[in-house]
Write a protein that binds this ligand. Structure first.
Ligand SMILES: Cc1cc2nc3c(=O)[nH]c(=O)nc-3n(C[C@H](O)[C@H](O)[C@H](O)COP(=O)(O)OP(=O)(O)OC[C@H]3O[C@@H](n4cnc5c(N)ncnc54)[C@H](O)[C@@H]3O)c2cc1C
Length: 496
């Protein structure tokens, strides 16, 4: 089935144990801090029911319709469509969280491999869960990152306690009991269920930590402690004006998830003790989820390139060579991430022995590395082009105040013909993209990068540098330079 957005929202009032800013929240659907995140997710349900999108996002099989992402990818075409699903949702501003579907896909691969090698029956449990997903259409997330304690110690060698990685503490006929905690788990408040999965390869002594399972977030013993929100206490219009990106999903997302002796029935356990396959699960989740990350970045690198081009235009700078060179870098970065992400699905890893496909490890990891490694370069270039106002720009309330507005309108105008409000909005977008303050501030306080380059160029000891080069190339004249005059020519004959 495909639920409606309303059914989805109502399902989140499920008695979960959730805390934020020191308070326990009885019903997150009524709490303003959670509104944005829930709305962004609800919008993905609307898209799934929308005539223009439902044929891409959902699939009809056996007279029923369900989310395309519940199917296990088997071919290159499945992966190409998976990428299209993610990118389409993101372009429309809907939060189609990838963690859950990516953990499901990873579990399908690991279970098949483990069953083949060890004679286990985890694929039956994965397929049973898949049936449940198709029948009930929950929002799910993936809880992978363990809290980890002392990073230099493996799970069972930890000194303070043994729960820094999620582990099985008891096995019964009908299921298992689990203990531990996962950290930073995105979209937890706006989800109904979780797939819990190891964050690393485990050894035999840590086999209790080689554990994959699915659980509802309201299962007894689960406690959710939510990271405080970045944007809050603003009404909708103000939030979006001030924070064009964060203001749309202004609810919170990441949680510490505590598992306090939580019961999981066997038909929701996808790995339990086969430590040899924890590496597969971690790697498979990694590659599926990095594909999702590259989809995000296809969108956000385009946003950054667009914001920089707008700023250059609104500030009357678009014809200057140093600005064009930086814009070209942003466009190249956006195209590279897109191309490598696409290459990951067009050249997948196919596993004929289990009949399944995953995004190609090489291209997908390169795509993820490219955008993560150059994230700060992108912010640097964007903040540089935009100028200091990306840090010191005024807020919606200033713009709406009739006493301040005439001054802001007059003095913050840029290029002729561009309304001041457009320029302010573009600055707010840059501020939201580059990290809300100090990242951008330190680029422009004490002058822009170009100002330092001009001073450096003007003051550089070019005569000395040229003399050094001449000496290397045996071009006469270097010996007249005062810094080099006491040096002999470089040797021209071998000693032996
Ligand atoms: C906004 C956000 C959303 C996220 N969403 C999710 C989510 O939905 N689900 C999920 O499961 N996770 C999520 N994560 C977690 C993310 O995958 C982790 O932050 C990441 O894997 C790094 O782990 P860590 O934060 O514990 O840092 P650490 O592991 O402590 O890493 C810090 C540094 O220490 C190094 N290091 C750590 N251990 C070792 C070691 N043994 N040997 C050598 N070097 C080491 C690392 O390489 C790194 O340089 C999210 C993170 C963020 C910031």
């Amino acid at each position: 089935m495909i639920r409606t957005a309303k059914q989805y929202v109502e399902s989140l009032n499920d008695g979960r144990q959730i805390y934020i800013e020191g308070k326990k929240i009885p019903d997150i659907t009524k709490d303003p801090l959670f509104r944005g995140g829930i709305n962004a997710r609800a919008y993905s349900y609307e898209l799934c029911n929308h005539p223009a999108f439902k044929d891409l996002l959902t699939i009809e099989q056996g007279g029923d319709r369900f989310l395309f992402l519940w199917n296990q990818p088997k071919t290159k075409e499945d992966l190409i469509r998976r990428r299209d699903v993610y990118i389409t949702c993101m372009r429309w501003g809907a939060a189609m969280s990838g963690m859950g579907p990516d953990a499901l896909a990873a579990s399908g691969v690991t279970a098949a491999r483990c069953d083949k090698a060890m004679g286990t029956h985890y694929t039956d449990a994965v397929e049973d869960y898949r049936k449940h997903l198709k029948a009930t259409d929950p929002a799910i997330t993936g809880a992978i990152t363990d809290v980890k304690g002392n990073r230099s110690l493996r799970p069972s060698a930890q000194e303070q306690h043994k729960d820094f990685y999620v582990r099985v503490v008891d096995k019964q006929k009908d299921g298992i009991y689990v203990q531990g905690a996962k950290i930073h788990i995105s979209a937890t408040p706006s989800c109904n269920e979780l797939i819990v999965s190891p964050s690393r390869a485990h050894r035999e002594e840590d086999k209790d930590y080689a554990l994959v399972f699915a659980t509802p977030v309201n299962a007894p013993g689960i406690k959710l402690i939510t990271t405080p929100p970045h944007v809050h206490d603003l009404d909708d219009e103000e939030a979006v004006w001030n924070w064009p990106l964060h203001g749309r999903g202004k609810g919170v997302s990441e949680c510490l998830i505590v598992f306090d002796n939580v019961f999981v029935p066997w038909n929701r356990v996808f790995l339990c003790g086969e430590y040899q396959f924890s590496r597969d699960q971690a790697w498979m989740f990694g590659v599926f989820h990095r594909l999702f990350g590259t989809c995000h970045k296809v969108i956000s690198t385009e946003e950054a390139a667009g914001a920089a081009a707008l700023m250059a235009e609104y500030n009357g700078l678009d014809r200057y060579p140093h600005i064009q060179e930086k814009l070209a870098w942003l466009a190249m970065h956006a195209q590279l991430v897109d191309a490598m992400s696409r290459a990951g699905v067009e050249h997948p890893d196919i596993f004929p022995d289990i009949g399944l496909a995953t995004p190609g490890q090489m291209y997908t990891n390169i795509a993820k590395y490219l955008f993560a490694n150059d994230q700060h370069e992108q912010s640097k270039v964007l903040a540089d082009i935009a100028g200091g106002l990306a840090t010191t720009v005024f807020s919606y309330k200033d713009w709406m105040n009739p006493e301040e507005r005439p001054y802001i309108e007059k003095y913050l105008a840029g290029k002729d013909g561009i309304p001041t409000e457009y320029r302010l909005k573009a600055f707010r977008l840059v501020k939201d993209l580059v990290g809300h303050g100090l990242d951008g501030a330190y680029i422009h306080t004490e002058g822009s990068l170009a100002a330092q380059k001009m001073a450096i160029f003007a003051n550089a000891p070019w005569d000395k540098y040229k003399a050094i080069a001449k000496r290397c190339a045996q071009i006469p004249g270097w010996e007249k330079n005062p810094d080099l005059k006491d040096l002999p020519p470089l040797p021209t004959k071998w000693v032996i």
